[in-house]
Design a protein. Structure first.
Lengths: 520, 276
């Protein structure tokens, strides 16, 4: 019987199987294709593609691969027949490329062979590569920082932990902040019996809501940045961030004070005596993280380097990020990543699936640019709740892009002048980031935090328990408040220029030709 | 006559009481005890929906659950073996992988009595199960069952819930025939009947129990069994409640209520003798 158990454990490690001959062949072919696309991207940097005025023919078929891929991501891990098969990154990559390939086949028949390379160029070198390189860099570098310690788990200490996490999430990414802080927070609370609410609020604040102030905080915001939203625009969301975090922190403090009083005296005495000061190792990585922020903020082939007349060449930003990753790997003290139980599995999974998502997404984006206004979404709160509802259950990055393009299509001149109405962008950004907290599957770090908490002995609620006991009763009222205060048209701030009174504030989206090429 | 007792080593707070109960009964009846552990790989690896990028975390969680389960199983087996050795009784350990209900049903065929906890079946502190697992065990056909509570009390006062149904009669008969405990005070209670309707039922039950060397008290009580049985078992200070169990749907239909008396008792931690 024991041997049977061992077999089952081995079966479930499909993702760590060695790559076979065909696997390597596929990787080699992928690398060659990627190199070709990068060269194509550089050669066609200054060519403008036309923006669409009508959807491609049979667009209903064109969006199917995108829907199918999202469906596979949601369903295949749950089916007993495909559960283990889906654990292999090569299988995930195969499904992603199949859906991406189906999109290209659609373009071939709908718009001709000439449309394939521009589609791939837009999907892979222009978006996928910068996106995945940023995630990879943040993942590797933040994985080299380890915070350890055991403080007395007073309600104020826990609240301070959460507040600190909500602040740094925008600078190191929600995944990085979550992985950095969850273990010391659990260690701090290890003597207490009532810990579930702390982990849940950690997911709310650190794994999601905290990450809305910079494009590196949460992947969808970086996609907005790649589509031309300025790096510092997301700082405009500070007031929504502050109000949301403030309300949740006050609720948490009240709740934790209540539960603290319910703890047994013996446990509280043990908590007071078993303390260890916080100790940060791998601090050099903070410097490399600052480098990443600087790279994203300053290095772009779309504009000169700040303070100079020199415009960086394409992919310099990504090259610099790789250099910073290399520096992190070399300079991080031995053992820090082991203490964080760091491995590349999560980022490989994201990389394998997102290449398909980015390619398959091109068809729905093209359709939305034409039919977006017909969806009936007109107000910022429409976008907030629509983006948020989908982001609660699907990955928030493609969801953000879908609604971003819908908002861009909102007025005729938007396509030509590349302007997006700011209130709509606020609604989309807040919906994508905030409502990822609604379920365990709304954002990757939510589940990672849940898994680490359970491994530390915290009995976390089930999928529906999390929703019905915590996220719906606590977050929905807060989001309603955010809607009323910030997202109804009557509450929008008037334009600074009195001569432009009556106009809706807009965000100028800097676009490269590649970013206009989505509709061909 | 009880000669083979099956006890579920479930890894819950009820398990030590279940083992103690099994060992005491085995000593009294010169029976052997089989301790069974079950690894339900399906439920252990079911960590729920996983978002993009978190499958490594999900895999790590499933591995952690397996490791903890194995650790707890080893602890449970060691405690069981120690208890049996100390009591000098015959015992065996059966370690199974698979569906807990199917495995219990398979083992039940060769045992006279099954002893489990009121809640949690092979959880090992890892998988949270619904509180009505015992109802599901019964519905799978495992019976008779003794479902123990958190605390061990010597069985001195036994309350038999009897309403004349086939199921409640079967439970009473199995209890009477097994003669599990000597010197017990037995009471037969009939709920929700008019006195005239309850009297013949209680008289017949008394005659049957006397034939099996019991001298039962009887009482007809008003109200639904859902509330009345639990309340009366507390007032009368019953150490064990004997009751029949039929399918939940049928009970619900009969009582026109959403919760069965059985479920009420399980939630209240009253030790039960269940049959069908």
């Amino acid at each position: 019987m024991r041997s049977q158990l061992a077999v089952s454990m081995t079966e479930s490690t499909a993702s760590s199987r060695p790559i076979g001959f065909f696997g390597w062949l596929a990787i080699l072919a992928g690398a060659v294709l990627l190199g070709y696309l990068v060269c194509y991207n550089i050669q066609h940097l200054h060519e403008h593609a036309h923006t669409p005025h009508e959807a491609p023919p049979l667009w209903g078929i064109g969006v199917l691969p995108f829907v199918a891929l999202l469906g596979c991501i949601a369903v295949l891990p749950l089916l007993p027949a495909t559960h283990h098969w889906w654990e292999s990154n090569l299988n995930r990559l195969g499904v992603a490329l199949l859906c991406g390939g189906a999109t290209l086949v659609y373009y071939y028949f709908a718009e001709g062979a000439d449309s394939i390379l521009p589609t791939l160029n837009h999907a892979v070198p222009a978006e996928y590569i910068p996106f995945i390189v940023l995630l990879f860099s943040l993942y590797v570098i933040s994985g080299g920082i380890c915070l350890k310690g055991d403080l007395a788990a007073h309600p104020m200490t826990n609240t301070a932990f959460l507040a600190f996490g909500a602040i740094i999430a925008s600078f190191v990414g929600t995944t990085g902040a979550s992985m950095l802080l969850i273990r010391p927070l659990l260690q701090t609370n290890s003597e207490r019996k009532h810990v579930v609410h702390t982990v849940v609020f950690f997911i709310f604040l650190v794994s999601n809501i905290g990450g809305c102030l910079l494009p590196i905080g949460d992947p969808p915001l970086f996609l907005g940045y790649l589509r031309g939203v300025s790096f510092f625009w997301t700082f405009h969301l500070w007031i929504e961030w502050a109000v949301c975090c403030g309300i949740l922190l006050v609720i948490y403090l009240a709740l934790d004070t209540f539960f603290y009083k319910k703890e047994a005296m013996f446990d509280l005495r043990r908590d007071e005596t078993q303390k260890q000061p916080l100790r940060l190792s791998g601090m050099i990585n903070i410097l490399w993280l600052a480098g990443i922020v600087a790279c994203v903020a300053a290095v772009s082939h779309q504009r000169p380097l700040p303070g100079t007349d020199w415009t960086p060449f394409p992919f310099l930003r990504e090259i610099l990020m790789f250099v910073l990753v290399g520096l992190s790997l070399v300079t991080t003290p031995k053992g820090v990543r082991e203490e964080n139980r760091f491995n590349y599995a999560a980022i490989l999974e994201v990389a394998a699936l997102f290449i398909g998502i980015f390619i398959a997404m091109q068809a729905p984006i093209g359709v939305l640019r034409v039919y977006g206004p017909e969806l009936g979404l007109t107000e910022p709160w429409h976008f907030f709740w629509a983006t948020g509802s989908l982001s609660s259950f699907l990955d928030n990055a493609p969801t953000y892009v879908v609604f971003f393009e819908t908002a861009r299509s909102f007025q005729e001149e938007a396509l030509a002048t590349t302007v997006i109405r700011e209130p709509l962008l606020i609604g989309i950004s807040l919906g994508a980031v905030f409502m990822g907290a609604m379920t365990y599957i709304g954002n990757g770090p939510n589940f990672m935090v849940k898994a680490i908490a359970e491994q530390s002995g915290v009995k976390m609620p089930s999928f529906f328990g999390y929703m019905f006991k915590y996220s719906i009763p606590l977050l929905i009222p807060v989001f309603f408040l955010i809607t009323i205060i910030f997202l109804t048209e009557s509450r929008q701030p008037p334009p600074a220029d009195p001569a432009r009174a009556g106009e809706t504030p807009a965000v100028q989206v800097e676009t490269t030709p590649a970013h206009d090429a989505g509709g061909h | 006559m009880v000669k083979r007792i099956l006890v579920a080593l479930s890894g819950t707070s009820y398990t030590p009481i279940a083992v103690q109960c099994a060992v005491e009964l085995a000593q009294r009846h010169n029976a052997s005890v089989t301790g069974v552990t079950v690894v339900d790989l399906k439920s252990l690896s079911d960590v729920g929906p996983v978002p993009l990028g978190a499958h490594a975390a999900a895999h790590s969680l499933a591995e952690h659950r397996l490791a903890i389960t194995q650790e707890r199983i080893e602890e449970e087996i060691a405690n069981f073996e120690k208890a049996c050795d100390n009591a000098n009784i015959n015992y065996a350990v059966d370690h199974e992988d698979g569906d807990p209900f199917d495995l219990l049903l398979k083992l039940w065929r060769y045992h006279d009595l099954t002893i489990i906890g009121l809640r949690g079946l092979f959880e090992y502190g890892v998988v949270h199960q619904p509180d009505d697992m015992i109802v599901r065990v019964i519905h799978h056909g495992v019976r008779p069952i003794i479902a123990v509570s958190h605390e061990h009390h010597p069985i001195k006062r036994v309350l038999i819930a009897y309403n004349g149904s086939h199921e409640s009669a079967m439970a009473m008969k199995r209890f009477a025939q097994a003669h599990l405990w000597a010197d017990v005070t037995v009471k037969v209670a009939c709920f929700g009947f008019e006195d005239e309707a309850a009297l013949p039922l209680l008289t017949d039950a008394t005659v049957y129990l006397r034939a099996h060397d019991y001298a039962p008290e009887t009482e007809s009580l008003p109200g639904y069994p859902t509330e009345g049985l639990l309340k009366h078992s507390r007032e009368w200070q019953a150490d064990l409640v004997v009751m029949g169990s039929t399918s939940r749907r049928r009970i619900t239909k009969l009582l026109k209520i959403g919760e069965t008396a059985l479920e009420a008792l399980i939630h209240a931690d009253v030790p039960l003798f269940l049959s069908q």
